[in-house]
Design a protein around this ligand. Structure first.
Ligand code: FES
Ligand SMILES: [Fe+2]
Length: 360
């Protein structure tokens, strides 16, 4: 069985990473070549030449106009993956083509579909509109994680770890002390976890960025759209400030949208895309620099912990016991959803493989 849900959209890159240079990233064990056509469209295809499997992202492979020329013997491919030229003969074999991936650029991400292409439905891609909205300012990055993606899902769905792992940055005692509520939308594949702190210490992450000096009301509302997109709607206001209005406006609070795209690279490694979008101090470069540095530090604290955890799990026999408590309800719900999606994707793949065996 595949260790990842297939027939799913995953973030392969930030849009700004993909240009007129050949760029590669491994998604769910598949090496994906990304580049932009002269018209600016993103092309996504297998990063392995069909001739002798030389990586097309590797020099001296190169982009010539809207064609990729393999750097080993010169097989040439268009943006649709079709091979248009081979060396030493005029006839190009009819079956000569690279597998291409359905791809969609949206909300500053490049999403690729991993699975059966006829099932790819762009309307299923979860949204994070803050990331390229003029009403927000965003800082972002990506850190490689030498750990399975499920460990990052566990980590993000249980923010009580902020108190311990991220003390002095975003953690304060109230995060671990305040109970959560968890709801699961099984049909949509979304887990909601909320923690509302009425009177909490303001951690440096928010004190320095918002300028609040006293205690705060701090809301953490998580939406995890399995498998790839995690949204943390964070609301910060001085204690005693009025709450949001019935029409959704909320003039007395600061809002930070923390977005993670959790993309499996291999069974034991993950691309940890993170972004922090704020609706205040939009033009303030110092606030941007501070939030970028501070959040990256926090992400690297998680990376260090999860890399260690991966080593522990990989070294132990299967079935080593864990003990779950109330704080784990979100993470356990996410695990159930991911198991269901993984099984569904594997069944689909099994059916496909049987069909292709039958016709060959
Ligand atoms: S490996 Fe690409 S042309 Fe031979
Ligand atoms: Fe963390």
């Amino acid at each position: 069985m595949s260790p990842f849900p297939r027939n799913q959209w995953y973030v392969a890159a930030y849009a700004h990473e993909v240009g007129r240079e050949l760029f590669t990233r491994t998604v769910c064990g598949e090496s994906v070549l990304l580049w932009r056509t002269e018209a600016g469209e993103v092309a996504a295809m297998a990063d392995r030449c069909i001739h002798r499997r030389f990586p097309l992202s590797e020099t001296p492979s190169r982009l010539v106009g809207d064609s990729v020329v393999c750097g080993y013997h010169g097989f040439t491919y268009g943006a649709n993956g079709v091979c248009t030229a081979v060396p030493g003969q005029a006839r190009v074999p009819r079956t000569a083509r690279l597998n291409t991936y359905p791809v969609k650029e949206q909300d500053s991400f490049v999403w690729v579909w991993i699975g059966e292409r006829d099932k790819a439905d762009e309307t299923l891609i979860p949204r994070s509109p803050w990331l390229d909205s003029p009403r927000y300012t965003t800082v972002c990055g990506m850190e490689p994680l030498a750990a399975r993606y499920g460990l990052l899902v566990d980590n993000l769905l249980d923010l009580s770890h902020e108190t311990y792992l991220h003390g002095g940055y975003i953690g304060t005692p109230e995060v671990a002390e305040t109970p959560i509520t968890t709801e699961v939308d099984e049909a949509a594949g979304v887990v909601h976890v909320s923690r509302h702190m009425d009177d909490a210490e303001c951690p440096p992450f928010y004190a320095k960025s918002t300028g609040i000096t006293g205690r705060i009301t701090r809301w953490q509302d998580i939406e995890y759209h399995a498998p790839c997109l995690y949204l943390l709607h964070s609301r910060i206001a001085p204690v005693g400030a009025p709450g949001p209005n019935a029409d959704g406006s909320d003039l007395h609070a600061f809002h930070v949208e923390v977005v993670y795209a959790i993309t499996p690279e291999t069974e034991h490694s993950t691309h940890d895309f993170w972004a922090v979008a704020r609706d205040f101090a939009l033009e303030d470069q110092e606030v941007s620099d501070f939030l970028r540095e501070n959040n990256r530090t926090v992400v690297l604290q998680d990376v260090a912990a999860l890399d260690k955890l991966e080593q522990v799990i990989a070294s132990e026999s299967a079935g080593a016991q864990e003990l779950s408590i109330n704080i784990d309800t979100g993470g356990l719900a996410a695990r159930r959803l991911l198991k269901r999606l993984t099984e569904a994707g594997s069944e689909a793949r099994g059916t496909n493989e049987r069909q292709s065996l039958a016709v060959s």
